[in-house]
Design a protein around this ligand. Structure first.
Ligand SMILES: *Cc1c(COP(=O)(O)O)cnc(C)c1O
Length: 429
């Protein structure tokens, strides 16, 4: 007699994925390990919502981990990608859409006088670091504890986010040499910054930072801190790299550099600039970019760089990011922050809420953290319970304490109320 076992489509896909991919995923944070839940298998997204493979919809704050600032499956973006696809995919030569997106990026971020498109944020950062080393003839790179800059070897040291979620200090397989050339200092600590420049005169190739750290949860810079970093790097001939893979086109059309009025030497981009397609970009001072091959001696290349589908999605996404959209994101972010504070107080929960624009983190600790170490001292178990309760109520947060909530233009009043009602119960539980 045949026995049929009712297995959900999600269970089935999860099982098959586990056989294929380490942890059942193609990027570790998707595995939900630290929140003690099986990973979701998502098969559709629309506006502020995503659907799992069993047909259940969730209000989404993962936002594709940053890119989905307009919400999922925006019709204008779909149409642009469809039109680009009809012209053929990558043709192996410069295409008009690369020029169009490049001009849009430079108009939004004038510090990017010249640039290169690549296929991921990781690639953008690796290339910018190589350029900084090539241009200065120096080896050492300074980064901040808790900041994530992709998975390039030299920057996988105290790199927040995915590693912090798994409680890993760094990665196996990174050579001692690569780690030795990276100096990690605490964020928002002016003395530590002065000290590292004093200790290594003429030896620091680059200082790289997320101008608002978003990968250990949201940690904004204290007043005057970014100015200090600009002064120290300028005085020592060190290349200042703003990693705006998350903050670019999110905190303002011109990114964190516009919001805080600091001009970096180089900028790295990804996520939003590709409108949801795989992308990265790096660029900055024209004299530095002239050192990239074939104009200069620093080599960097990519078969699918400047892919027309990514360029098309990026162009229309940037065009849709009007001042009104940023005003709306700011309003929604402020209302969500205020509402979360209220429901936390009513439930008698002590949390620290950090927010810049449409990036927000609820830290399960007293007060918002000033740096990576303080962020990491949050109560992960409490977050896991909060996450689980929100998920059961149909609100999908990042499966880690050390991530931002990504608010999109599709998050409106109804979504806000739904979130606060769920949070009220989740804080109480
Ligand atoms: C996501 C991210 C990266 C890496 O980008 P990928 O496209 O995932 O390689 C680099 N820097 C920051 C700040 C990021 O958030």
């Amino acid at each position: 007699m045949a026995v049929t076992v009712a297995v959900g489509r999600q269970d089935d896909l999860r099982e098959r994925a586990l056989g294929l991919f380490p942890g059942g995923v193609n990027s570790p944070v998707r595995a939900f390990r630290s929140v003690g839940r099986p990973p979701l298998v998502l098969d559709a997204g629309s506006g502020a919502r995503v659907r799992d493979a069993d047909g259940r919809w969730y209000l989404d704050y993962i936002g594709s981990w940053g890119p989905a600032i307009l919400g999922h499956a925006r019709p204008e973006v779909i149409e642009a990608v469809r039109a680009a696809a009809l012209d053929g995919f990558a043709l192996g030569a410069t295409g008009p859409r690369e020029v169009e997106l490049g001009e849009r990026v430079r108009a939004a971020m004038p510090s990017m006088e010249r640039m290169r498109f690549v296929s991921s944020g990781t690639e953008a950062v690796m290339s910018a670091i190589r350029l900084a080393r090539g241009a200065t003839g120096r080896d050492l790179v300074v980064k901040f504890a808790g900041a994530y800059h992709g998975h390039g070897d030299s920057l996988l040291v105290e790199a927040g986010s995915g590693l912090a979620t798994l409680a890993m200090p760094g990665s196996a397989g990174v050579t001692a040499g690569a780690a030795r050339d990276t100096i990690v200092i605490p964020f928002n600590d002016p003395e530590a910054a002065r000290a590292v420049f004093a200790a290594h005169p003429g030896r620091l190739a680059a200082l790289i930072l997320e101008p608002v750290i978003a990968n250990v949860g949201v940690v904004p810079p204290v007043a005057g801190y970014l100015d200090l970093l600009r002064e120290l790097t300028a005085a020592s001939g060190t290349i200042l790299i703003f990693d705006e893979v998350i903050t670019g086109f999110r905190l303002a059309k011109g990114g964190a550099q516009a919001r805080y009025e600091i001009t970096p030497d180089l900028t790295t981009l990804g996520k939003i600039v590709g409108g949801g397609m795989p992308i990265g970009a790096y660029g900055g001072r024209a004299d530095l970019m002239a050192r990239i091959a074939p104009e200069g001696p620093v080599y960097q290349a990519g078969t699918l760089s400047g892919h027309p589908l990514a360029m098309a999605a990026g162009c229309v996404t940037l065009d849709l990011l009007t001042p009104q959209v940023y005003e709306g994101l700011e309003r929604t972010g402020a209302a969500l922050e205020a509402g979360l504070r209220d429901v936390a107080v009513l439930a008698g929960r002590e949390v620290g809420i950090a927010r810049v624009g449409s990036l927000l983190t609820v830290f399960f600790r007293a007060g918002a953290p000033r740096d990576g170490a303080e962020a990491l001292a949050s109560d992960r178990q409490a977050y896991a319970r909060f996450f689980g309760s929100m998920l059961d109520q149909g609100v999908l947060l990042a499966p880690s304490q050390f991530e931002a909530w990504f608010i999109s233009a599709a998050h409106g009043q109804a979504e806000l109320e739904e979130t606060l009602a769920a949070a009220s119960k989740a804080f109480a539980s």
